[in-house]
Design a binder for this molecule. Structure first.
Ligand code: ADP
Ligand code: MG
Ligand code: MG
Length: 252
């Protein structure tokens, strides 16, 4: 589904990704862990097509197409979802209204009929019930005054409504409470399917207590320096990132 080869990315004149390669198949959940500043969020932003990232070298193939050649809206319509793609608060714009606009924009792109408000409401109700979410976020402004946990629940809700093929979740480095982590994990576990892949970016191992990834990667200094099974996350938790650094730079 996703093949990243030797990706080099520069941000504000600095090399941030330095030869990153990664292969993700449909149906898989990959966790990307790594120290602060390693380039994890940069990777997510580059895949989503955010502005300000200069691709210096390398390629990204998504479902057989050159992902980097697509506009952000095309990527979204083709099924790439980055949670926190809409981190902004939009005061006064109703969250549900905003999500319907996003979904219909994607459907138009794909040549599918738009959902009217009744159809959308039905979809929203089903989604809330499947995810065990309350409807309290629906009537608020987009991200307006949302706590960290509420933003995360809202992301999972957006993900479930938009039904992406490649979902990228970037866990903020700041602490989420256990209930929010569990809500995110429940969402990911519920939405796992043979047609859908997840990239779960996380600084801490905690989230992986609730989501069992197929593959765990360590991103350090702009590259994937180690990949393994779920046990790699536990080793990292036990030994810290310094352990990885010493393994990749003997003598450091
Ligand atoms: P991570 O998510 O792994 O903590 P990031 O991808 O957010 O790391 O950042 C990687 C590095 O790139 C950091 O040193 C950060 O300061 C730098 N960086 C990220 N975005 C920008 C930007 N817009 N302008 C300047 N530097 C940036
Ligand atoms: Mg960070
Ligand atoms: Mg980050």
């Amino acid at each position: 589904m996703l093949k990243i080869e030797n990706l080099h990315v520069r941000v504000a004149g600095r090399d941030i990704l330095k030869g990153l390669s990664l292969d993700v198949d449909a149906g898989e959940v990959h966790a990307i862990m790594g120290p602060n500043g390693a380039g994890k969020s940069t990777l997510g932003h580059v895949l989503a097509g955010r502005e300000g990232y200069e691709i210096v070298e390398g390629s990204v193939t998504y479902l057989g197409r050159d992902l980097l050649a697509l506009e952000p809206e095309e990527r979204a319509a083709e099924g790439v979802f980055l949670a926190f793609q809409y981190p902004v608060e939009i005061a006064g714009v109703n969250n549900t209204y905003f999500l319907r606009a996003a979904l219909n924009a994607q459907r138009r792109h794909r040549g599918e009929p738009e959902l009217d408000s009744m159809q959308f409401l039905k979809l929203v109700r089903q989604t809330l019930s499947v995810l065990h979410l309350k409807d309290e976020l629906l009537h608020r402004g987009v991200n307006e005054g949302f706590s960290g946990g509420e933003k995360k629940r809202n992301e999972i809700f957006q993900l479930a409504v938009l039904e992406p093929k490649l979902a990228i979740l970037d866990e903020t480095d700041s602490g989420l409470d256990i209930d929010a982590l569990k809500a995110v994990a429940h969402g990911v576990n519920t939405l796992r399917s043979p047609e859908r892949a997840f990239l779960v970016i996380t600084h801490y191992q905690r989230l992986l207590d609730y989501i069992r990834p197929d593959v765990v990667h360590v991103l350090a200094d702009g590259r994937i320096v180690e990949s393994g099974g779920p046990e790699l996350a536990l080793e990292l938790e036990a030994h810290g990132y310094e352990w990885i650094r010493q393994r990749i730079e003997p003598g450091a």
